[in-house]
Structures are given as structure tokens and as C-alpha cells.
Design a protein around this ligand. Structure first.
Ligand SMILES: Nc1ncnc2c1ncn2[C@@H]1O[C@H](COP(=O)(O)OP(=O)(O)OP(=O)(O)O)[C@@H](O)[C@H]1O
Ligand SMILES: [Mg+2]
Length: 263
């Protein structure tokens, strides 16, 4: 089972071509981070994976289903997408109502709703906010509310669009723990991030995008030790990687332990 993007291009209604001939297969159980400069097409690309964007050329196949033949709501049952901007997603007047919304829409039994909300709330660390209006919460917490709502719908694949944006250390740690727990639950996690330390620490496969295309797909070393990719995708190395480079430490260093060893 997999998400397969085949020779897919995407043109927005105003005529702007945002993606050119994208090919990528994401297999069940993988953890994939998508990185790359602002405007590269990352969000447009992941929105194709859950049917919010239907490719204007080529195909996107989710577990054997062509997204062109299905409604977005149907594909979203398998592929959950957490919006880059939580305010495009959140519309209920309490956190609880937001997290429960889809479950009530599908009329799940009360006991199941309770269990799913409990798990989603625990993973996103928002138990203290259930009766609050999301609009009264700070941006990073609103992002967790949006994530919880998608987790509660129990998709097989979950796409997080810039979950680290605006998060402090605690928020980023919560995200790391959440991703490990989701993996234990059998969920495939795909994320977009500008935080390279987060990407390297939590994702074994990194996909780099630049100017409407995927320019690299591999493990952290294959991406960050290829200066051509780093400069074309306009990404940084990890902080330790940058430090090692400035110190002229030889060899491919990305992690703290590696640097300590070399020094
Ligand atoms: N609704 C739209 N209509 C026309 N063009 C759009 C629309 N949405 C996005 N674009 C353009 O498509 C390109 C890719 O946008 P996208 O949001 O996919 O980039 P991104 O890689 O997610 O960037 P960021 O890191 O800033 O979130 C950009 O040039 C953007 O301006
Ligand atoms: Mg984006």
C-alpha cells in the first residue's frame, strides 16, 4: 500500500504552473520529510496526495485508488492533511468540538469518539484547552489543535505541513514524541519542514524540492552532504553540520555525537 505520484503536474486556476512532472512513491510505514525553499511547491504537492489538488497532468494513486476518480472527502479518510495555516482548517468554537467534528459527522459510537479524542489530545498535549475557543489560543497551540483533529480521524497516512513553525523547544519535543507514537499506531507520517534538525532527528527519508520539482530523495547524508542540492533547495544543514563545516572538521558530520567523536 502506498501513495504514488506519477508524472504529475499542477496548474492553479489562474494559470500558474506550480508543479512540473513530480514522481514519488511513499510506502506505508515510511517517515518522509519534504524540504526546500519557500514557494518550491511543497504544499501544492502534498495537497495532491490527499486529493485537495487533483493533478492537471499525470496521476496520484492512493492505495490503488486514483484521486481523480474519488472525492477529496473520500481520499481524506486515508490521507489526513494538517494545513500549514491552522486558521484555514479550524472552524469550531471549542477545541473539543473541533477535535470531535469529523467523528460526529460520521456518527461514530460515543465510546469510540471518546477514545479517539483522548488519544489525539494526549499525543498533541492539548488536554488543558478542551473547553477553550481555539481563536483564544496562541498560534503554536492552534497548530496542535488542527493536528489533533486529523489524528482523531485515524487516517493511514498523515501529512503535517510545517508543524514546527512557531514551536518552542517543548512544542518540537511534543511533535517528536507524537510522531513516534503515530508510528507505533501504524500511521505513515509525511511532514514539510524548514527545521533541518527536526527533519534529520525524526525522518529517515528526506525529499528536497526546488522550483516546482523534486531534486533529491534520500537519507540525511545523501541530501545534506551534496552541496549542489543544499544550494539549489536553499536549505541549511543541521546546526551541528554547519558548525562542523565552519570548523573545517573533515568527514560527513550531522549529529552532535559525530562531531564530538571527530574532535
Ligand atoms: N491558489 C494559488 N493560486 C496561484 N498560485 C498559487 C496558489 N497557491 C500557491 N501558489 C503559488 O504556487 C507556488 C508554490 O506554492 P506552495 O505553497 O506549494 O509552496 P511551498 O513550497 O509550500 O512554500 P512555503 O515554504 O512558503 O510554504 C508559489 O509560487 C505560490 O505563490
Ligand atoms: Mg507551504
Amino acid at each position: 500500500m502506498a501513495i504514488e505520484v506519477k508524472n504529475a503536474s499542477f496548474v492553479y486556476p489562474n494559470g500558474f504552473k506550480a508543479l512540473e512532472n513530480i514522481n514519488i512513491v511513499i510506502n506505508e510505514g515510511e517517515r518522509v520529510a519534504i524540504v526546500g525553499q519557500n514557494g518550491a511547491g511543497k504544499t501544492t504537492c502534498v495537497k495532491m496526495m490527499n486529493g485537495l489538488n487533483k493533478p492537471t497532468e499525470g496521476d496520484v494513486i492512493v492505495d490503488g485508488m486514483n484521486t481523480k476518480d474519488k472525492t477529496t472527502a473520500f481520499i481524506a479518510k486515508s490521507v489526513g492533511y494538517v494545513f500549514q495555516n491552522p486558521d484555514e482548517q479550524i472552524f469550531n468554537s471549542t477545541v473539543r468540538a473541533e477535535v470531535e467534528y469529523v467523528l460526529r459527522y460520521f456518527k461514530l459510537p460515543e465510546k469510540e469518539i471518546k477514545e479517539r479524542v483522548k488519544r489525539a489530545v494526549q499525543l498533541t498535549d492539548i488536554a488543558g484547552y478542551l473547553d477553550i475557543n481555539p481563536l483564544d489560543l496562541p498560534y503554536p497551540i492552534r497548530k496542535f489543535v488542527a493536528i489533533a483533529a486529523v489524528i482523531a480521524s485515524k487516517p493511514k497516512y498523515i501529512i503535517l505541513d510545517e508543524p514546527t513553525a512557531g514551536q518552542d523547544k517543548h512544542g518540537t519535543e511534543t511533535l517528536s514524541m507524537m510522531i513516534s507514537e503515530l508510528e507505533k499506531d501504524g500511521v505513515t507520517v509525511i511532514t514539510i519542514t524548514h527545521d533541518m534538525d527536526f527533519a534529520v532527528a525524526n525522518f529517515d527519508r528526506i525529499v528536497a524540492m526546488s522550483q516546482k520539482k523534486i531534486i533529491a530523495d534520500g537519507n540525511a547524508k545523501e541530501i545534506f552532504w551534496n552541496e549542489d542540492i543544499v544550494s539549489r533547495a536553499r536549505i541549511k544543514k543541521t546546526q551541528i553540520g554547519e558548525l562542523a563545516k565552519r570548523l573545517n572538521v573533515p568527514g560527513e558530520v550531522l549529529f552532535c555525537e559525530e562531531l564530538v567523536e571527530k574532535l
